[in-house]
Write a protein that binds this ligand. Structure first.
Ligand SMILES: O=c1ccn([C@H]2C[C@H](O)[C@@H](CO)O2)c(=O)[nH]1
Ligand SMILES: [Zn+2]
Length: 142
């Protein structure tokens, strides 16, 4: 287990509070995500939908983008805690996995909680064989 329930419960409460801020009039599925840094900073995000559905942003990406905008070093993030209003655990979508893989250390804990339980993974286990690209290396070869 990557986290004890006694440590998880207060962070889950913050993720639930973040979910309360969600703008989800189309799906009615309000998701929250909280990032914890090694030095104790807390950054949260929620899903923000759009009438052009494909423009919607998940809670996980909102939280990561907020951390970047606030100048937080994403490599200092040790845990991501997600809350979905459900009695089943949901794992992050493919778009969020690629964004998490871009910024977070591969061994960062991704913990998804719901009303009845939680499950945890690492960034690397959620997206094996992630797409990585070095523009300079590519230019030197061609
Ligand atoms: O891990 C997830 C899965 C879904 N959503 C959002 C996207 C959309 O707004 C709504 C329904 O898919 O939930 C998240 O924020 N995080
Ligand atoms: Zn997503």
């Amino acid at each position: 287990m990557s986290i004890e329930p006694s440590e998880l419960n207060p962070i889950k409460a913050l993720a639930k509070a973040a979910a309360n801020q969600a703008y989800a009039p189309y799906s009615q599925f309000k998701v929250g995500a909280v990032l914890l840094t090694k030095s104790g900073e807390i950054i949260s995000g929620c899903n923000v939908e759009n009438v052009s559905y494909g423009l919607s942003n998940c809670a996980e990406r909102t939280a990561i983008f907020t951390a970047i905008a606030q100048g937080v070093d994403p490599q200092s993030i040790s845990k991501v805690v997600i809350y979905t209003p459900s009695d089943q655990v949901y794992s992050p979508c493919g778009a969020c996995r690629q964004v998490l893989a871009e910024f977070l250390a591969p061994d960062t804990d991704i913990i998804s909680t719901c009303e009845t339980g939680f499950e945890s993974w690492t960034v690397a286990s959620l997206l094996p064989h992630a797409f990585h690209f070095d523009i300079n290396e590519y230019r030197n070869k061609s």
